[in-house]
Design a protein around this ligand. Structure first.
Ligand code: RIB
Ligand code: CA
Length: 307
């Protein structure tokens, strides 16, 4: 049995990612830690609890983490995900409650509980994970690997021309994590833009799956409007893409090891994730970059887990 901890800034695509992980019987989500990003922290906690209830399988403990980036003011993503992070459904607070204990401490605690076995999937800004590394410098040696949804991969930024949202919200934290000794698999925003993009016929299919599919479509309502404003019909699912890579490694069709680094000093390029694809820096690889997955298999798994 694989043991996962999911760190998330729980908005719409994060919620879909949590549904997938919680409904995949071959793995166990041991804990969910929440970080401020798409939403202010408390809304992220509420949405994580809602996602657990909707998944209808089991309820891992949920822990609140960092409410602000390490140094910068928090930038949230209501313009993409809605005021409530879930397409402005304004759902009631769930019966489930978060656990006491800080997410940073619980990341360390879970790594100790599953020495060498814990796999982390990071779906938001890396503030919690960076703080855990600062608090427990041995953490990278205790964790099996980390899957990170972040950076633009080999494509454009989505919050500035060169920076992707998760790395832009807290570039200092992203720098700390990327430069750490963690085994890092990075899934960039570019992977969710092309074939894996959820098109209108996929949306029709989601609605035909029943209550979970309908919940997903309602949750991404604002994301659909955001993409429409950019002239695209449908929506991307970056976090579910990262979860699918973690759960089903055989869907990866293109990857390479490279030296990657995060720009955190420049104002114009703040948050940019630079991948030294041609090894011109001479630095040893510190990430595995995922640049393409089998979109058909991804959508099959997504629909199967939501059925
Ligand atoms: O840039 C995409 C990422 O930012 C996703 O994780 C999305 O949920 C937002 O957090
Ligand atoms: Ca996210």
């Amino acid at each position: 049995m694989r043991h996962f901890l999911i760190d998330t800034d729980t908005a719409s695509d994060d919620a879909v990612a949590l549904l997938m992980a919680l409904r995949e019987p071959s793995v166990r989500v041991e804990a969910i830690t929440v970080v401020a990003g798409n939403c202010p922290l408390e809304i992220g906690v509420k949405n994580a609890l809602i996602s657990i209830e909707k998944a209808g399988t089991y309820a891992p403990p949920v822990y609140a983490g960092m409410a602000q980036p390490l140094l910068r003011e928090l930038l949230t993503g209501e313009h993409v995900h809605g005021q409530d992070g879930l397409g402005n459904q304004d759902l009631p607070y769930p019966a489930l409650e978060k656990q006491s204990g800080h997410a940073v401490d619980m990341i360390i605690e879970m790594a100790r509980r599953f020495p060498g076995e814990l796999e982390i999937i990071a779906l938001g800004p890396l503030t919690n994970l960076a703080m855990a590394i600062l608090k427990e410098p041995a953490l990278p040696d205790m964790i099996k690997r980390v899957y990170i949804m972040g950076g633009g991969g080999l494509g454009p930024g989505n919050i500035t021309p060169v920076a992707e949202f998760n790395f832009y919200v807290d570039a200092e934290a992203a720098h700390l994590v990327i430069q750490s000794k963690l085994v890092k698999i990075v899934i960039g925003y570019d992977v969710c833009l092309e074939e894996t993009f959820i098109n209108p016929s996929d949306i029709t299919h989601l609605n035909s799956l029943g209550s979970l599919g309908e919940f997903v479509v309602r949750s991404v309502k604002t994301v659909i409007e955001y993409h429409k404003s950019l002239g695209k019909d449908g929506f991307g699912l970056p976090d579910p893409t990262a979860v699918a890579v973690a759960l089903y490694p055989d869907i990866v069709t293109k990857q390479f090891d490279a030296y990657g680094y995060v720009e955190y000093k420049s104002e114009k390029a703040y948050g940019q994730f630079i991948i030294d694809q041609l090894q011109v820096t001479g630095n040893p690889p510190n990430v595995t970059a995922i640049t393409e997955i089998n979109a058909r298999k991804f959508k099959e798994k997504l629909f199967q887990l939501l059925s």
